[in-house]
Structures are given as structure tokens and as C-alpha cells.
Design a protein around this ligand. Structure first.
Ligand code: RB5
Length: 151
């Protein structure tokens, strides 16, 4: 399993803690698409980079972190095929996998404490998509993308 990770300047240290946590606990390869500098770095760059890596199959899933998790998730969700959830608690993270088949997770370094973030990551990485009745809605999301393309 390969995880793409991205961040802006607000979340450099936070990203490193999450990256090391995933590598140590799950043994997954975590590929860094974010900045490692404290210089101002615009979150859409990293959100798009991780999203592209997910849809191109370079990585299986993506995790993106900015101050709130909002901006970087908005950028990711602009990429066709991305379903990125912004979470501040594990319940939504787990259900977003089971029901929405999310392929990206976002959270805010200024919002979520690091230990809670690890719990969110655990819930999201271990959540399994249930398919069945949920697939109809996932297909409808794809149809929205197709309608937008043809405008
Ligand atoms: C950077 O100041 C901040 O706007 C960014 O990290 C993020 O919170 C945006 O949504």
C-alpha cells in the first residue's frame, strides 16, 4: 500500500509525525508531495499533486494537511475521481470509507491535535468500503463530474 501525503507550510512538522506514524504502524510506503519548508506554500499545489497521484495510480490513497484541512481538500476535490473528506473526528473518517469510498483524507494542523489525528488516520486507513447500496451514490458523483466536463 502506498500513501501520498501533502501539506502546506503550516503543517510541515505535523506531516512528518503522521508520515512516520503510518510507516511505523502499518509498514506502508508514504510518498511526500508536500513542502518541507516553512516558506509560504500555497495549498492548492500540494492538494492537486496528491490528488493526481491517486487518480493516476502512483499511490493508493492520499492524505493532505493544511491549517484547517479545508483549502487543501477543496483543491483535491477539484480533480476528477477524487473523493476527499475533511475530518476532525474518527467516526466521519470511518464512515467516509465505508459509505463514500473516500480516496483522500484531509485534516487541519491548527484544528486537530496530533494524537486525535492519529486516531482519525487509523479509522480511515482501516475502514473498508461496503459497496452495495452506496455504489449508486458513488456512481451519481461520477455522473456529476461527467456533466461538468460537457459544459
Ligand atoms: C494558511 O495560512 C492557511 O490558509 C492554510 O493552511 C489553510 O488553513 C487553508 O485552508
Amino acid at each position: 500500500m502506498k500513501i501520498g501525503i501533502g501539506n502546506d507550510h503550516v503543517a510541515v512538522e505535523y506531516k512528518n509525525v503522521i508520515r512516520e506514524y503510518i510507516e511505523a504502524k502499518y509498514g506502508y510506503e508514504v510518498i511526500n508531495y508536500g513542502t518541507d519548508s516553512s516558506e509560504r506554500f500555497n495549498y492548492p499545489v500540494s492538494g492537486e499533486a496528491v490528488a493526481n497521484a491517486v487518480v493516476n495510480g502512483e499511490v493508493d490513497k492520499g492524505i493532505v494537511i493544511c491549517g484547517t484541512g479545508v483549502g487543501i481538500s477543496l483543491a483535491a476535490n477539484k480533480v476528477n475521481g477524487i473523493r476527499c473528506v475533511t475530518c476532525s473526528e474518527p467516526y466521519s473518517a470511518k464512515l467516509s470509507r465505508e459509505h463514500n469510498n473516500t480516496n483522500m483524507l484531509a485534516f487541519g494542523a491548527r484544528v486537530v491535535g496530533i494524537e486525535l489525528a492519529k486516531m482519525i488516520v487509523d479509522a480511515w486507513l482501516t475502514g473498508e468500503y461496503e459497496g452495495g447500496r452506496h455504489q449508486v451514490r458513488i456512481d451519481m458523483l461520477k455522473e456529476i463530474e461527467e456533466r461538468q466536463k460537457s459544459k
